[in-house]
Write a protein of this length. Structure first.
Lengths: 125, 497, 497
């Protein structure tokens, strides 16, 4: 059991990161902290993917010294997925930040609960 | 050769469409135009229904909702009977509306919905399977809803909502049972004697019985059976008088028709006989008979008193149904017709009184017989009918009900039934006749000086008198009717074995 | 004929290109382009449907002609084509009905951006429907989320932005779980194409290898998509997002966006895991329980709600519960009912949102029930449309909602006794609760009021009227002639497995 954990410590760290990020996104009141949590969560997943794609002792699949055997290189698909995923998470982070700026300009707070109370009271439309 | 299928379709589509068309027509300056249009549509529909009475059979499959579930219309004897009663009452109450609606607003809307409900009721009578009947049952609730809240005062809107929610609650209870019936029936078509699939049912008897019970209870909401009767005394009095006459005379019979269909055409009397359903229905209906009469006796507002009386009288019908024997069923069906005519006439008289004097409470009606003799004579005749004094219609139906109960041999009920019916008849006399007695004999302290006779419009007095005559005719010459009913009961109880 | 196999790919690409082009166009032209493109997509989807029906089995379309394990694939059958057809049709009608309202809500120079988002949304929905690659699906889920977020906050009011933020937070939680689930699945199978994964999953399941990661990935994917489609108890974002966004957005979000995720989940059930493996993981039971809870809870919240838009939104929570209940039964007929409900709910819910906008317009833009009193008289077509939608939701026969309820009930009979009773009881309770709040609203909008708001006639907003009429017709068609659609859904699901 723990043997597996040690050999797969990369994945373990990834899952830990995911859980931390998940918890922050869900439970933090502060919007910026929520966004940080979102990035933690996504990074955790990318680390997990990268770990899974990496094969010890091999290099990235870029042909440099004329070596073309498959066995010399790691699996390139997870790396591709990570890149795509980063693009996606960057855009959603940007959108979240933009929304946060809008909310802050209007309500002068980053706390989601406070914003809700202000709206419920109907002080600022 | 007349194509009866087309007439069957026309009998419910024509009033529906003409009602919808009435919405589209601009409000007429002369109310006679609106009324002439409505009257003509009513009469044409009535004629169509009369033609159908002579049809042997007619069956139309309109559309297929989904695999195995069709919208089917089929004419059978029970449907004919129902449609016949509906047409008579609906046309007469329609004529009454002509004068009465003068002092209400939004006449056009009233007449439009009046026509639409007529169409829906014909559809309900002609429905050939459970799904079609359920659909028209829902439409009946929805389309009669605007009639209840017609004057749009807060009180009537609340009453109408109460009506709507009670009815829908009942309808969904029935729908819940209907879902199960899809599984345990050979077909959902109405076949006298029932369509339960014995093979599919074996091992699930309790479940099937519970579902049948749910359906009966659900439809009985419309028939005002205890414990879900509270909407009826609230909703019927607030409607305009001709609408309450139609509601109390006919719409509630829609619930009775649905129960008849479930018991005799889907479940079959043999499945229900001797089970908890029969005892439950017998008990509840007797409780309602007694309770309705008591409440009516204590009620001071005339229209409410009549509504409570409807609660009580409908349970006479349900009691007869629950006996599950030919005599009881004959009594029920007779009472269906008798009560429709009588209650319609009673509400119309109440309407005529309100229209002409503005009195709503019973104690305000002293000397009313001197002012409006025609109306009160009509009222008295039908009251005697409802109490069950020979030779009126009520007597015959109650006779059959009592003999059905006595011959049923159900322990306890065969004697308890007639006794409760008798007590209730006395109570009926107690709550209906004071109007007549105080009306004609107001006592010595009555102010004879200011007395003057009120001239009642022909359109008002005619329907009351016609209905009164009809109710007496049923009692005096019941043979034609009992023969017709005999063909219904024969169908049901012969094929069941 | 063979050219039709390119249609799905063409329709996705068309939408994407039009999004890019629209960003440079003025608002009016962007709208015209959007309408043209959606019409084109409808035609193309129709073609795809015809092609798939004629072919009789699924078509695999290799993007860029790269062969299976490496290339990206589109895979489509009858069901995908139907979904694409309905989604694009409902999108068109929603935009048509809300076009005038949109101009009031959005700054003039930003109008084109709204249509950019709409085009993007449609392209991502189409891609979700057609794709056979899980990671592509994830990417388009994200695009869909971002576009939907833009649609929610298009009016740039405080509440809308707050709602959009809340939506984004929940959506990101869902995406995170979905992505993690996909990654685990990729790790244990080594593939991204659904069909390849399925072969591997079957091998893994039979050998018992990687059992825990498999279950975890099923649960993660299921939960992720459930959160994104607002299954109870993850619905906290929904009432605000639907309540305060521009009307077409609310209509599109409720009828398409959440349904897109649900459809993806359905595809994953069939194409990736197969029903047996999901059954073993008990995901179906979880979905069933939450679906049933959602049905009740959503309806109760809707009853307590005072704001008409939020009431409709809470009703969506209940209806999504219905869909998950269908999934949770874990059998073919449950899935058929769920898919039919996706379509029928999309048709009636978007109608309700659009017509509620017409009603609020006729009540001085107020959304509380107090102000809406009598709104149906001030905007007749909106009143009729709302009533139709409400009747369909309540499940009155002849409307689409009744058919889905029948299908659910029929499906329930094929499950075990516990599930059957729970399902049917919840179905009945939820139907009654539905009736309470929808019919209450209908009665409210048809109660005349003394407050004088301006009347809106048909010719004041022709697109709105046309959209309402088309929606009403769509609902009636679904209710009256559901047979072919159910048959297509059946065939489509057959192609799935």
């Amino acid at each position: 059991m723990f043997g597996n954990l040690i050999t797969n410590f990369g994945e373990a760290v990834a899952v830990l990161l995911f859980v931390i990020g998940f918890k922050d996104l869900l439970l933090q009141k502060n919007l910026i902290k929520k966004i940080v949590g979102l990035n933690f969560m996504d990074s955790g997943i990318y680390l997990f993917l990268a770990e899974k794609g990496y094969i010890a002792g091999r290099v990235a699949p870029i042909v440099t010294d004329g070596v073309t055997e498959v066995t010399k290189y790691i699996n390139p698909v997870p790396s591709g997925l990570v890149l795509t995923g980063i693009v996606v998470s960057v855009s959603s982070t940007a959108l979240m930040l933009a929304l946060t700026i809008r909310l802050y300009e209007r309500y002068h707070t980053l706390n989601m609960d406070e914003i809700s109370t202000i709206i419920k009271k109907g002080e600022i439309e | 050769m007349i194509n009866f299928n087309m007439i069957l379709i026309a009998s419910f589509l024509f009033p529906l469409l003409s009602g919808v068309l009435l919405f589209a027509i601009k409000e007429q300056a002369d109310r006679k135009v609106t009324f002439a249009y409505t009257g003509l549509s009513l009469v044409i529909t009535g004629v169509l229904n009369m033609i159908l009475l002579f049809a042997d059979s007619a069956e139309v499959k309109l559309i297929t909702l989904m695999n195995g579930i069709d919208i089917v219309f089929r004419l059978d004897t029970l449907g004919k009977y129902f449609m016949g009663i509906v047409s008579l009452v609906w046309i007469l109450a329609g004529f009454f509306s002509y004068t009465y609606m003068k002092h209400e607003k939004n006449e056009k809307r009233y007449f439009a919905y009046y026509l639409i409900v007529f169409g829906v009721l014909n559809g309900l009578g002609a429905a050939g399977n459970l799904i079609t009947m359920y659909a028209f049952y829902e439409f009946m609730t929805l389309s009669s809803f605007p009639l209840v809240l017609h004057n749009q005062k807060k009180e009537s809107v609340m009453a109408a909502l109460k009506y709507l929610f009670y009815s829908f609650f009942g309808a969904y209870m029935a729908l819940f049972g209907l879902f199960f019936m899809c599984r345990y029936c050979r077909t959902l078509d109405f076949i006298p004697g029932g369509v339960i699939d014995q093979v599919a049912m074996s091992g699930h008897e309790t479940l099937v019985l519970v579902c049948i019970c749910l359906m009966i209870m659900g439809f009985s909401v419309k028939a005002g059976m205890f414990p879900l009767h509270a909407w009826l005394p609230a909703a019927h009095p607030v409607a305009p008088a001709p609408a309450s006459a139609a509601l109390s005379g006919i719409i509630v019979k829609g619930g009775v028709l649905a129960i008849l269909r479930v018991i005799f055409y889907i479940a079959g009397p043999e499945i229900i006989r001797g089970t908890f359903i029969q005892y439950l229905l017998l008990t509840l209906s007797l409780v309602t008979v007694f309770m309705g009469s008591m409440l009516a006796y204590r009620e001071k507002v005339l229209k409410k008193r009549l509504a409570y009386s409807t609660v009580s009288q409908l349970s006479y019908i349900l009691f007869g149904i629950a006996l599950l024997n030919p005599a009881g069923l004959t009594g029920s069906l007779l009472h269906m017709a008798a009560h429709a005519f009588i209650k319609c006439a009673l509400f119309l008289s109440a309407g005529a009184i309100i229209f002409n004097t503005g009195c709503t409470r019973v104690d305000e009606l002293r000397g009313i017989g001197k002012k409006m003799p025609g109306v009160i004579w009509g009222y008295t005749i039908v009251s005697l009918g409802l109490i069950g004094i020979p030779p009126t219609g009520g007597f015959i139906s109650k006779w059959y009900l009592a003999s059905g109960a006595l011959s049923s041999g159900i322990k306890g009920f065969s004697y308890a039934g007639p006794i409760v019916l008798l007590i209730s008849a006395l109570l009926t006399a107690g709550y209906l006749l004071p109007v007549t007695i105080n009306g004609f004999f107001p006592g010595d302290d009555y102010d004879y000086e200011n007395h003057k006779t009120i001239k009642t419009s022909f359109y008002m007095i005619m329907p009351i008198i016609v209905l009164a005559i009809l109710s007496v005719l049923i009692g005096m010459f019941p043979n034609g009717l009992t023969e017709f009913i005999g063909s219904i009961t024969g169908e049901i109880f012969n094929t069941g074995f | 004929m063979e050219i039709m196999r390119n249609f799905p790919c063409i329709s996705i690409i068309l939408c994407m290109c039009s999004a890019i082009v629209s960003s440079a166009l003025p608002g009016k032209w962007a709208r015209r382009l959007n309408v043209t493109i959606v019409l084109a997509v409808i035609t193309l989807s129709g073609g795809t449907l015809v092609y798939s029906l004629a072919k009789g089995y699924e078509t695999v379309y290799k993007m860029g002609r790269f062969p299976a394990p490496w290339g990206n694939e589109i895979r489509f059958g009858v069901l995908e084509a139907i979904m694409a057809l309905f989604f694009s049709g409902i999108l068109l009608l929603s935009v048509l009905g809300g076009s005038k309202k949109l101009k009031e809500d959005i700054d003039n120079f930003k109008e084109n951006l709204y249509f950019v988002l709409l085009d993007l949304l449609l392209s991502s929905l189409l891609a979700l429907i057609y794709t056979n690659d899980l990671f592509t699906a994830y990417v388009f889920v994200e695009i869909c989320t971002i576009a939907a977020c833009g649609l929610i906050m298009a009016s740039e009011r405080g509440r809308a932005i707050e709602a959009a933020t809340r939506y984004m937070i929940y959506a990101q939680i869902g995406s995170g779980l979905l992505l993690f689930g996909l990654c685990i699945l990729y790790d244990i199978t080594g593939h991204l194409l659904m069909s390849n994964i399925k072969t591997q999953v079957i091998i893994l399941a039979s050998s018992g290898q990687y059992h825990i990661p498999l279950v975890i990935s099923i649960v993660f994917i299921g939960t992720g998509l459930a959160i994104k489609s607002a299954l109870f108890p993850f619905h906290a974002w929904l009432p605000d997002s639907y309540g305060y966004s521009p009307v077409p957005s609310a209509a599109i979000l409720s009828s398409l966006v959440s349904k897109g995720y649900i459809f993806l989940l359905l595809k994953i059930f069939y194409r990736v895991f197969g029903l047996n493996i999901i059954q073993e993981s008990h995901l179906f039971n979880i979905l069933l329980i939450f679906g049933l809870a959602g049905m009740i809870f959503g309806s109760v919240s809707a009853i307590l709600e005072q704001d008409i838009r939020r009431m409709i939104a809470f009703s969506s929570v209940a209806q999504i519960g219905y869909i998950y209940m269908g999934f949770g039964m874990g059998i073919r007929s449950g899935m058929v009912a769920a898919v039919f409900h996706i379509i029928s709910h999309a048709a009636s819910k978007s109608l309700l949102f659009i017509s509620s906008a017409g009603l609020t317009d006729a009540s001085g833009k107020n959304k509380t029930f107090k102000d809406l009193t009598g709104a149906a008289y001030r905007n007749k077509i909106a009143g009729a449309a709302f009533t139709t939608g409400a009747l369909s939701m309540v499940g009155v026969p002849l409307f689409s909602g009744f058919i889905s309820k029948l299908l659910f009930a029929k499906a329930a009979f094929e499950t075990n006794a516990m599930t059957m009773v729970a399902t049917l009881v919840c179905l009945a309770i939820s139907t009654i609760l539905n009736a309470v709040y929808f019919l209450k609203t209908v009665a409210r909008i048809y109660t005349p009021a003394t407050t004088e708001y301006e009347t809106i006639r048909f010719k004041d907003n022709i697109p709105f009227g046309v959209a309402c009429i088309l929606f009403i017709i769509l609902n009636l068609i679904l209710g009256l002639a559901s047979d072919p659609l159910v048959e297509f859904i059946n065939r489509g699901l057959m192609m799935f497995s």
